[in-house]
Design a binder for this molecule. Structure first.
Ligand code: GLA
Length: 500
């Protein structure tokens, strides 16, 4: 009798206990901005071993470790993101037909408890590839004759940007002299997006209650407004992208009054290869031209697939040439000093973009920020401030609004500068200017003050320049002889504008 009970218990409870987690589960997790993240868990339980995958937006994790069983388990999902590994950890248990799971958004964040339900296999499957268009040349939209100047929310605010912050930046830019110095775009980066409505129109999330009203406000300050999306189904931060909705989104942006679009590859890589990027970016290039409003088109795909060779063909006004910048000397110089060979690809209407400015975000010294500004000016790079414009030290505002350095950046000839010489930590870069002059950046990458010299013959001058301006001290410099030497502080710069 006892044996029969044990047998019955095993046959009734056994298989359930052994495989209870097997199947597909979905859980909708609300974010504070009113949007949802759905996590799909595709699990296979084999007694005390759980395998399978976990997907959150575009991120697929393979279950690398598990402990326990349906009555109480932990799962660790692992994903390679470039060279680094990302991990997610879930703990949970089966409660009747529900799967109770808990996770943390970051290792130090509070535990979030959620309830997952069974879904049929294939539900929530990642969107399928769509056919790509034949390649053609998208006409020039006539914008960005000089590198775009403005502000972008990402470096300082990331996911915390909202309507109030954007209005605040517009107020600040219009009042603090930046607008007069040439800054014009106020660009909202990732995390403004809501869901699509029943017709497929993109909406905003709670942080941006009325995008049209916000655009009107920014325009009322004499400024322009930019927005962000992705050619893929998700943006980098996992929000709704423009995949399959390019024309509709371009029209929505135009109706809101948007003047600038940053279009970020990110999740698109789940569907298309780097070789297909040009065709993918062409779709939005065409859509923007038909949107009924001039919209600057900024490609963000981290300099992959030699974008500088085809960026203008898809209507791109700028393209990122590198991965994301960070607010550190190492990151900024690693990016900035590596741009030399890309110079031939920049020109009026289409610019190399070594990423947004970190000036004023606190991770570098004032001298380092002067180097950042000078280098970006010589590189004819977009000047998109990335700090909190409502609250900056006078020296930071001074760096950002240095009119003489900005004049180099905005020079009408649109020729990107290049490295003229390098000797140890000292580098001289030059940029030819429309008036026949030359901008000269004398950089000291070393950690002690040093002499940096420039020989006129080395930068193509036959004689001592007649006129020379120091663009940071704002004084004329008297030149004689065959060269000029400056004492440049550690990680600092001296910048000249010479007229032969
Ligand atoms: C990528 C881009 C960044 C920023 C974030 C937003 O990392 O390179 O500039 O737009 O996405 O998620």
């Amino acid at each position: 009798m006892k044996n029969i009970i044990v047998f019955l218990l095993f046959t009734i409870a056994g298989p359930c206990f052994a495989q209870g987690l097997t199947g597909n589960w979905a859980v909708k997790d609300p974010l504070p901005d009113g949007t949802f993240r759905t996590t799909y868990l595709s699990l296979k339980q084999d007694v005390e071993r759980i395998t399978g995958t976990i997907r959150v937006t575009q991120f697929y994790y393979k279950i690398a470790e598990s402990t326990g069983n349906a009555e109480g388990f932990t799962l660790t999902g692992s994903m390679m993101d470039g060279a680094s590994e990302r991990r997610v950890k879930y703990e949970g248990k089966l409660v009747g037909e529900e799967l109770h799971v808990a996770t943390r958004r970051r290792p130090d964040a509070p535990l979030i408890e959620m309830v997952a339900h069974r879904v049929p296999e294939g539900e929530g499957a990642y969107p399928a590839r769509r056919p790509l268009p034949e390649l053609h040349k998208v006409s020039d939209n006539g914008l960005a004759r000089t590198p775009p100047m403005g502000w972008n929310s990402w470096n300082k605010f990331a996911g915390r940007v909202d309507d109030a912050a954007v209005r605040g930046m517009a107020d600040a830019m219009a009042a603090n002299g930046m607008k007069e110095a040439g800054y014009v775009y106020i660009n909202i980066d990732d995390t403004w997006e809501g869901e699509r409505d029943k017709d497929g129109n993109i909406t905003t999330n709670k942080k941006f209650p009325d995008m049209k009203a916000l655009a009107d406000y920014v325009h009322s300050k004499g400024l322009k407004i930019g927005i962000y999306s992705s050619p893929g189904p998700n943006t980098c931060a996992g929000y709704e992208g423009s995949f399959g909705h390019e024309e509709r989104d371009a029209k929505t942006y135009a109706a809101w009054g948007i003047d600038y679009l940053k279009f970020d590859w990110c999740a698109t890589r789940n569907l298309y290869s780097d070789e297909e990027m040009r065709a993918v970016y062409q779709i939005m290039g065409d859509a923007l031209l038909k949107a009924g409003r001039p919209i600057l088109y900024s490609l963000c795909q981290y300099g992959r697939a030699d974008v500088w060779k085809w960026g203008p063909e898809v209507g791109g006004n700028a393209w990122r040439t590198t991965g994301d910048i960070r607010d550190s000397w190492d990151s900024m110089t690693k990016i900035g000093f590596a741009q030399d060979e890309l110079a031939p690809f920049a020109g009026p209407g289409h610019w190399n973009d070594p990423d947004m400015l970190e000036i004023g975000n606190g991770g570098m010294t004032d001298d380092e920020y002067r180097t950042h500004m000078s280098l970006w000016a010589i590189l004819a790079a977009p000047l998109l401030a990335g700090n909190d414009l409502r609250d900056m030290k006078p020296v930071i505002l001074e760096i950002l609004t240095n009119r003489e350095v900005i004049a180099v950046n905005q020079d009408k000839a649109g020729k990107q500068g290049r490295r003229a010489s390098k000797s140890g930590d000292q580098e001289v870069w030059t940029r030819p200017l429309a008036d026949g002059g030359i901008a000269i950046g004398m950089f000291n990458r070393g950690s002690a003050a040093a002499q940096v010299g420039v020989k006129w013959a080395e930068i193509g001058l036959k004689a001592t320049p007649k006129k020379a301006r120091d663009l940071w001290t704002h004084g004329d410099v008297k030149m004689d002889g065959t060269e000029y030497t400056a004492i440049v502080p550690a990680h600092g710069v001296a910048m000249l504008r010479v007229t032969p």
